[in-house]
Design a protein around this ligand. Structure first.
Ligand SMILES: [Zn+2]
Length: 88
């Protein structure tokens, strides 16, 4: 039992919820040298974290199956149209 965060209706028990991404943001993480420590035999060894860039989730919503299907369909349509905005 939970409240759908899109239509605000309480869902009956044993209804599956789906987390849908409603907002993403561009993110960049610098590389971190010697961030990971490992043991190789008796010796310690350090590995670098490569860092990276991409998109990360900024906002998620717990949605009922009906809203989730609708939302994902709209999102796919928007992406197919070449629109990639934050306030979609
Ligand atoms: Zn809903």
């Amino acid at each position: 039992m939970y409240r759908c965060q899109i239509c605000n209706a309480v869902q009956p028990a044993r209804t599956h919820s789906t987390l849908v991404t409603t907002e993403t943001r561009a993110a960049e993480y610098p590389s971190r040298p010697k961030a990971h420590r490992m043991r190789v035999g008796r010796k310690g060894k350090t590995m670098d974290d490569p860092g990276g860039a991409g998109f990360e989730i900024a906002k998620e919503a717990m949605a009922c199956p009906k809203c989730a299907a609708e939302f994902l369909k709209k999102q796919a349509e928007a992406e197919a149209a070449g629109y990639y905005g934050d306030d979609a």
